[in-house]
Design a protein around this ligand. Structure first.
Ligand code: CA2
Length: 149
Protein backbone atom coordinates (compact mmCIF):
# COMPACT_ATOMS: atom_id res chain seq x y z
CA UNK A 1 0.00 0.00 0.00
CA UNK A 2 1.15 3.55 -0.81
CA UNK A 3 2.77 5.61 1.97
CA UNK A 4 2.83 8.73 -0.20
CA UNK A 5 1.42 12.07 0.97
CA UNK A 6 1.20 15.36 -0.93
CA UNK A 7 2.12 18.67 0.72
CA UNK A 8 0.64 21.44 -1.42
CA UNK A 9 1.24 25.17 -1.15
CA UNK A 10 -0.66 27.97 -2.85
CA UNK A 11 0.21 31.35 -4.29
CA UNK A 12 3.05 33.53 -3.00
CA UNK A 13 4.30 30.92 -0.52
CA UNK A 14 7.45 30.73 -2.68
CA UNK A 15 8.27 34.08 -1.00
CA UNK A 16 8.21 32.58 2.48
CA UNK A 17 11.11 33.86 4.60
CA UNK A 18 11.81 36.62 2.09
CA UNK A 19 8.96 39.08 2.82
CA UNK A 20 6.68 39.93 5.78
CA UNK A 21 8.61 37.89 8.41
CA UNK A 22 6.44 39.54 11.10
CA UNK A 23 3.46 37.56 9.73
CA UNK A 24 5.00 34.45 8.17
CA UNK A 25 8.32 34.03 10.02
CA UNK A 26 11.83 33.73 8.62
CA UNK A 27 11.90 30.12 7.43
CA UNK A 28 11.88 29.61 3.68
CA UNK A 29 9.68 27.12 1.85
CA UNK A 30 12.81 25.01 1.32
CA UNK A 31 13.24 24.92 5.13
CA UNK A 32 9.59 23.86 5.48
CA UNK A 33 10.06 21.12 2.88
CA UNK A 34 13.16 19.79 4.66
CA UNK A 35 11.31 19.66 7.99
CA UNK A 36 8.29 17.98 6.37
CA UNK A 37 10.57 15.32 4.86
CA UNK A 38 12.29 14.75 8.22
CA UNK A 39 9.00 14.29 10.08
CA UNK A 40 7.44 12.20 7.31
CA UNK A 41 10.38 9.79 7.40
CA UNK A 42 9.74 9.25 11.14
CA UNK A 43 6.35 7.86 10.08
CA UNK A 44 7.71 5.98 7.09
CA UNK A 45 5.82 8.35 4.78
CA UNK A 46 7.04 9.63 1.42
CA UNK A 47 6.36 13.21 0.36
CA UNK A 48 5.48 14.88 -2.88
CA UNK A 49 5.98 18.58 -2.04
CA UNK A 50 4.78 21.39 -4.33
CA UNK A 51 4.05 25.09 -4.53
CA UNK A 52 2.28 26.95 -7.31
CA UNK A 53 0.89 30.40 -8.04
CA UNK A 54 -1.55 28.78 -10.50
CA UNK A 55 -4.86 27.33 -9.32
CA UNK A 56 -5.02 24.71 -12.09
CA UNK A 57 -1.64 23.27 -11.12
CA UNK A 58 -2.82 22.75 -7.55
CA UNK A 59 -5.96 21.05 -8.88
CA UNK A 60 -3.83 18.78 -11.10
CA UNK A 61 -1.72 17.74 -8.08
CA UNK A 62 -4.87 16.98 -6.09
CA UNK A 63 -6.06 14.75 -8.96
CA UNK A 64 -2.65 13.06 -9.03
CA UNK A 65 -2.76 12.54 -5.26
CA UNK A 66 -6.24 11.01 -5.57
CA UNK A 67 -4.74 8.25 -7.70
CA UNK A 68 -1.44 7.67 -5.91
CA UNK A 69 -1.44 9.01 -2.35
CA UNK A 70 -2.97 8.37 1.08
CA UNK A 71 -3.32 11.94 2.34
CA UNK A 72 -2.83 15.64 1.67
CA UNK A 73 -1.52 18.54 3.74
CA UNK A 74 -2.55 21.74 2.00
CA UNK A 75 -1.93 25.43 2.58
CA UNK A 76 -4.04 26.86 -0.24
CA UNK A 77 -2.90 30.40 0.70
CA UNK A 78 -5.24 33.02 -0.85
CA UNK A 79 -7.14 30.29 -2.75
CA UNK A 80 -8.42 29.19 0.69
CA UNK A 81 -10.83 32.11 0.60
CA UNK A 82 -11.82 32.00 -3.08
CA UNK A 83 -11.55 28.58 -4.68
CA UNK A 84 -14.61 26.38 -5.13
CA UNK A 85 -12.52 24.52 -7.75
CA UNK A 86 -9.96 23.42 -5.15
CA UNK A 87 -12.80 22.45 -2.79
CA UNK A 88 -14.40 20.34 -5.55
CA UNK A 89 -11.09 18.60 -6.29
CA UNK A 90 -10.50 17.86 -2.59
CA UNK A 91 -14.06 16.57 -2.26
CA UNK A 92 -13.19 13.83 -4.74
CA UNK A 93 -10.42 12.50 -2.47
CA UNK A 94 -11.20 9.62 -0.17
CA UNK A 95 -8.30 10.09 2.23
CA UNK A 96 -7.61 12.53 5.08
CA UNK A 97 -6.81 16.16 4.33
CA UNK A 98 -5.23 18.60 6.77
CA UNK A 99 -5.46 22.35 6.09
CA UNK A 100 -2.56 24.47 7.33
CA UNK A 101 -2.19 28.23 7.70
CA UNK A 102 0.99 29.77 8.98
CA UNK A 103 -0.80 32.82 10.36
CA UNK A 104 -3.94 32.84 12.48
CA UNK A 105 -6.42 33.69 9.73
CA UNK A 106 -9.12 34.41 12.34
CA UNK A 107 -7.08 37.25 13.84
CA UNK A 108 -6.64 38.91 10.45
CA UNK A 109 -8.93 40.68 7.94
CA UNK A 110 -12.55 39.44 7.80
CA UNK A 111 -12.12 38.12 4.25
CA UNK A 112 -9.59 35.58 5.58
CA UNK A 113 -12.01 34.16 8.15
CA UNK A 114 -13.87 31.97 5.67
CA UNK A 115 -12.19 28.92 4.15
CA UNK A 116 -13.74 26.86 1.36
CA UNK A 117 -11.35 24.03 2.25
CA UNK A 118 -12.13 23.64 5.97
CA UNK A 119 -15.42 21.83 5.28
CA UNK A 120 -13.57 18.93 3.66
CA UNK A 121 -10.54 18.88 5.99
CA UNK A 122 -10.14 16.36 8.82
CA UNK A 123 -8.33 19.10 10.72
CA UNK A 124 -7.28 22.73 10.43
CA UNK A 125 -4.09 24.23 11.87
CA UNK A 126 -3.67 28.01 11.91
CA UNK A 127 -1.39 30.44 13.71
CA UNK A 128 1.41 28.04 14.70
CA UNK A 129 3.81 29.48 12.15
CA UNK A 130 5.62 27.00 9.92
CA UNK A 131 5.49 24.49 12.82
CA UNK A 132 1.94 23.82 11.61
CA UNK A 133 3.33 21.68 8.77
CA UNK A 134 5.10 19.08 10.93
CA UNK A 135 2.08 19.06 13.28
CA UNK A 136 -0.13 18.33 10.27
CA UNK A 137 2.10 15.46 9.14
CA UNK A 138 2.08 13.87 12.62
CA UNK A 139 -1.71 14.06 12.65
CA UNK A 140 -2.05 12.78 9.08
CA UNK A 141 0.16 9.79 9.97
CA UNK A 142 -2.19 8.91 12.84
CA UNK A 143 -5.23 9.21 10.59
CA UNK A 144 -3.59 7.11 7.85
CA UNK A 145 -2.57 4.44 10.32
CA UNK A 146 -6.08 4.34 11.76
CA UNK A 147 -4.92 5.24 15.26
CA UNK A 148 -6.75 8.57 15.54
CA UNK A 149 -9.94 9.36 17.36
O1 CA2 B 1 -1.34 32.06 6.90
C1 CA2 B 1 -1.30 31.41 5.86
O2 CA2 B 1 -0.60 30.40 5.72
C2 CA2 B 1 -2.06 31.90 4.63
O3 CA2 B 1 -2.58 30.75 3.95
C3 CA2 B 1 -1.05 32.62 3.77
C4 CA2 B 1 -1.68 33.31 2.57
C5 CA2 B 1 -2.88 34.15 2.94
O4 CA2 B 1 -3.52 34.65 1.78
C6 CA2 B 1 -3.89 33.36 3.75
O5 CA2 B 1 -4.94 34.20 4.12
C7 CA2 B 1 -3.23 32.78 5.00
C8 CA2 B 1 -0.65 34.23 1.91
C9 CA2 B 1 0.60 33.55 1.50
C10 CA2 B 1 1.58 34.59 1.10
O6 CA2 B 1 2.83 34.17 1.52
C11 CA2 B 1 3.79 35.09 1.64
C12 CA2 B 1 4.92 34.68 2.29
C13 CA2 B 1 5.93 35.56 2.50
C14 CA2 B 1 5.83 36.87 2.04
C15 CA2 B 1 4.70 37.27 1.37
C16 CA2 B 1 3.67 36.37 1.17
Amino acid sequence: MSRLIYVLNGPNLNLLGKRQPEIYGSETLADVEAECRRVASEHDLEISFHQSNREYEIIEWIHEARETAVGIVINPAAFTHTSVAILDALNMCEFPIIEVHISNIHKREAFRHHSYVSGVASGVIAGFGTQGYPFAIHRLARLIDGAAR
